[in-house]
Write a protein that binds this ligand. Structure first.
Ligand SMILES: O=C(O)C(=O)C[C@]1(C(=O)O)C=C[C@@H](O)C=C1
Length: 358
């Protein structure tokens, strides 16, 4: 093999970039044409998570390297996002302020061309999406260390919205401050974050007072305003508030991951890589939950999650949130869900949606 010189390699890179630019322009023009067809057909929704998920999965599967599948997905995520903005920019609500993991999750799922709107609470995200101030919302659902975000589960029952996507984000926490670790008297921390860093805090900062704040970004803001303060926060928020990273990756579980749902008013078609989320209630008698779930097992349907929440209709009664692999329109699943809906004392399908692709 002939070894190319640095100038030769740079010339070759310039030529590839010129080709990429032309191909990107061509893709952008195609996306704009798709938008024109949708507009002519009076479609109000330009965003198709099912189609996006298929493209991302195909690109990851066909990726010849040397880039990782995740890097390829991230690049195509941005290309699709920019193309969709040519059709119609999306308004997406997330749990603000800027610098939260919810913002990262929203950006990971929708790309940088989406217009992200920071909400002050999870309830506000639901209100905005329901009222049309945002087309979609990104809400945290569960963390691999800490479990469910109950408010998101409860609110899904209060609004006629669908789950139309899933995002998974590796959560890395950092101790940040303007002062040295030994001088920290107070640590501003969100309750979920505190639970995810419990052991680390007990070992490294047992003397510090822990002060509850509503988000990881507010934690950084409060620490910046307190001469004896530190925070557990993101690198983005630390930078925004001029704080130093004193310790990185302080979460107790190195696999710490949070799952988010995308909520909106659209439904998605099956992609072959879907999940369905349901809420059911079983009559309050022995064996009723088992009777409700056994047809799922008999049909070979995989339940990936079951979570109980108090039913707000009566004391000591519960509803069950189920996640299963597959789409409610899949031939193997539709009849089983119909039977489940008949048998359950309460049944609602919260949505079928493509599983997080990366
Ligand atoms: O296929 C479409 O419906 C498009 O609008 C094109 C496209 C894309 O860039 O591939 C863009 C946005 C949609 O969410 C899905 C796909």
């Amino acid at each position: 093999m002939t070894v190319r010189t640095l100038p030769e390699l740079r010339t070759a890179i310039d030529q590839v970039d010129a080709q990429l630019l032309q191909l990107l322009a061509e893709r952008g023009r195609l996306a704009a044409e798709v938008g024109a067809i949708k507009r002519a057909a009076d479609e109000t929704n330009f965003y198709h998570p099912d189609r996006e998920s298929e493209i991302l999965r195909r690109m990851m599967a066909e990726n010849p390297g040397p880039f990782s599948a995740e890097q390829i997905a991230t690049i195509f995520r941005e290309i699709i996002s920019a193309g969709l903005a040519l059709e119609e920019p999306l308004q997406v609500a997330y749990l603000g302020p800027a610098g939260t993991f919810s913002q990262w999750a929203a950006q990971k799922h929708f790309g940088r061309a989406a217009v992200l709107q920071p909400a002050t609470g999870i309830a506000e995200i639901f209100r905005w999406v329901d009222g049309g101030q945002a087309q979609f919302g990104v809400v945290p659902v569960e963390n691999s260390t800490e479990g469910s975000v109950n408010l998101s589960l409860d609110l899904l029952l209060d609004y006629p919205l669908h789950i139309c996507g899933e995002v998974q984000l590796r959560i890395v926490h950092n101790l940040v401050s303007r002062i040295a670790m030994e001088a920290i008297q107070r640590i501003y921390v969100h309750y979920q974050t505190r639970a995810q860093c419990r052991q680390w805090l007990a070992i490294h900062l047992p003397q510090a007072q822990l002060v509850d704040v509503p988000s990881n970004a507010v934690a950084a803001e409060r620490a910046a305003a307190d001469t004896g303060g530190g925070a557990i926060s993101t690198t983005v928020a630390a930078e925004a508030y001029g704080l130093n990273i004193l310790a990185a990756g302080i979460e107790d579980n190195p696999e710490n991951t949070t799952r988010f749902w995308v909520i909106g008013k659209i439904s998605t078609r099956p992609t072959g890589h879907d999940k369905t989320s349901l809420v059911v209630a079983a009559a309050n008698r022995p064996g009723s939950l088992h009777a409700l779930l056994s047809p799922l097992a008999d049909a070979g349907i995989s339940l990936t999650r079951i979570e109980s929440r108090p039913a707000r209709s009566a004391i000591w009664e519960y509803v069950f949130y189920l996640d299963l692999l597959g789409h409610c329109q899949d031939a193997a699943i539709a009849p089983v869900l119909d039977a489940l809906a008949q048998q359950a004392s309460f049944y609602r399908c919260l949505g079928s949606y493509p599983r997080a692709a990366f």
